[in-house]
Design a protein around this ligand. Structure first.
Ligand SMILES: [Zn+2]
Length: 145
């Protein structure tokens, strides 16, 4: 998925996650982001579609609001999660594509099957949705429902 590129900078707004999406909203920024990500993964949205959807949500919420509208900010949110996205690395050879595990390949390491130089940029992601939902559902808001 193209929108999961590495970002070296850390967000200075990680406290924003627990804020309500807008005043009197029952949904926090973190809860909203998780639901959006679940939708994006379920329907295989492209990075552009995801960014457009973030904009769309922003336009539908009362102003001012804490909506995440930029893809980069959205990525940073998921990198800082309590149960972060897990990367699974594989061989970059288009024919081989053998799974190499969850640890990034060491510099200069080759595929044990085809000998191709392994790359840290060849991976797919696992989002531990179940763990995230457990965290959300354990919050007091959901205990009131
Ligand atoms: Zn290989």
């Amino acid at each position: 998925m193209e929108f999961f590129k590495e970002t070296s900078s850390q967000s200075q707004e990680m406290d924003k996650d627990d804020l309500p999406l807008y005043q009197d909203s029952t949904l926090s920024v973190a809860e909203s982001s998780l639901l959006v990500m679940a939708f994006a993964v379920r329907h295989k949205l492209s990075g552009i579609a995801l960014e457009d959807m973030l904009e769309l949500i922003h336009f539908h919420c009362p102003k001012p609001n804490n909506c995440i509208t930029e893809l980069k900010e959205f990525q940073l949110f998921f990198q800082a999660l309590k149960h972060p996205i897990l990367k699974h690395f594989y061989c970059p050879n288009m024919i081989c594509k053998v799974y190499t595990g969850t640890s990034p390949p060491e510099s200069g390491a080759n595929c044990t099957v085809c000998g191709t130089l392994l790359s840290c940029s060849c991976y797919f992601i696992e989002i531990p949705i179940l763990e995230q939902l457990k965290t959300i559902l354990s919050r007091k808001f959901f205990a009131l429902i």
